[in-house]
Design a protein around this ligand. Structure first.
Ligand SMILES: Nc1ncnc2c1ncn2[C@@H]1O[C@H](COP(=O)(O)OP(=O)(O)OP(=O)(O)O)[C@@H](O)[C@H]1O
Ligand SMILES: [Mg+2]
Length: 304
């Protein structure tokens, strides 16, 4: 069964400039589709069109069907119903989805009470369970915290908990790990991978990172300049791409990968002995780029 069917999707500006042109793809129930392409190729606009969340001034045409519901031209009421129960999204920047003025527990309360009819103690338990399910340490404390009181990795976990609280059939993840520290990226991908598998959701994963889509998806769509260039099984597309552009993307990723061991083999820069302040300050150690405070000073335990 097809969970999501996008046919001839175009996104235009008010002056009829096409930002996405005639893009088609299908996402069968329980499957995982990756969208790749260079910056500005229309990945996010495609996702936002599916969510009915295009910025004002942009208009979608074509067809986006979620089961039997047509989303292009649908009423705000239909789209509101779909967002949150049919489709939920996780974005690159978790703050997009989170309210800085509400405690994290309060933010989870709405979808949990709305979708599962929970109240009182049952709702409180569900909030803690939702935070524990995304492997947040000390979920009771996190529920009482504001979003600025937790680390970047923890914020993304909260955003994922919020998306999952709606029990969606389809999860759209737009560069969900790009803004995170490299050590946290794999943990968040594992979390998404497990959640999608356990809940039998379909996943639409947008990433510029070919290693990520190769690990996480079964099918791949390549966009360039708002147009679909190529699509097919992920493994096949990354090993024997047909389009010249896909070949270029794959070759660039491979040459960067080949370069990595050389970089990590470089000797670490020694801390200058004549600058004791630098040697003592963990924010200045070679592991922390300049301007980054010691992450362990975070008010809530700094586990991602
Ligand atoms: N609100 C807008 N008004 C006009 N043009 C826009 C608007 N939003 C995006 N665009 C343009 O549409 C094109 C596609 O943007 P989109 O955000 O989908 O790219 P992307 O593939 O997600 O890129 P990235 O990898 O950098 O996130 C870009 O050229 C962008 O500048
Ligand atoms: Mg984008």
């Amino acid at each position: 069964m097809t969970a999501l069917s996008v046919q001839n999707l175009s996104v235009q500006t008010e002056d009829h400039r096409a930002l996405v042109s005639d893009v088609s793809f299908e996402l069968p129930a329980g499957q995982r589709l990756g969208i790749i392409g260079e910056s500005g190729s229309g990945k996010s606009l495609t996702a936002l069109a599916v969510l009915g969340l295009l910025p004002s001034g942009l208009r979608a045409s074509g067809s986006i069907r979620l089961g039997n519901t047509e989303l292009v031209g649908a009423s705000a009421r239909t789209l509101n119903g779909v967002r949150g129960s049919g489709i939920a999204a996780v974005f690159q920047e978790p703050l997009t989805a989170l309210d800085p003025l509400m405690r994290i527990g309060e933010q989870l309360a709405w979808p949990l009470s709305h979708h599962r009819g929970l109240r009182g103690d049952a709702l409180q338990r569900a909030i803690i369970e939702a935070l524990a399910a995304v492997a947040l340490p000390n979920p009771e404390k996190i529920a009482r915290s504001y979003i600025h009181e937790v680390s970047g990795g923890q914020r993304q976990r909260v955003a994922i908990a919020l998306a999952l609280a709606c029990n969606p059939d389809i999860l759209i993840a737009d560069e969900p790990t790009t803004a995170l520290d490299i050590s946290v990226q794999a943990e968040i991908l594992d979390l998404l991978d497990g959640a999608v598998r356990e809940r039998g959701m379909s996943l639409l994963l947008i990433s510029h990172d070919l290693a990520v889509v190769s690990q996480m998806t079964e099918q791949l769509l390549v966009l360039r300049g708002g147009e679909g260039i190529e699509q097919g099984p992920t493994r096949q597309l990354l090993t024997t791409p047909e389009a010249e552009y896909t070949r270029l993307l794959v070759n660039t990723a491979r040459s960067l990968e080949a370069y990595l061991p050389e970089v990590s083999a470089l000797p670490k820069a020694p801390v200058p002995l004549d600058d004791p302040a630098r040697a003592d300050d963990p924010a200045q150690s070679p592991g922390n780029p300049p301007g980054h405070a010691n992450p362990n000073t975070n008010p809530v335990e700094n586990q991602a």
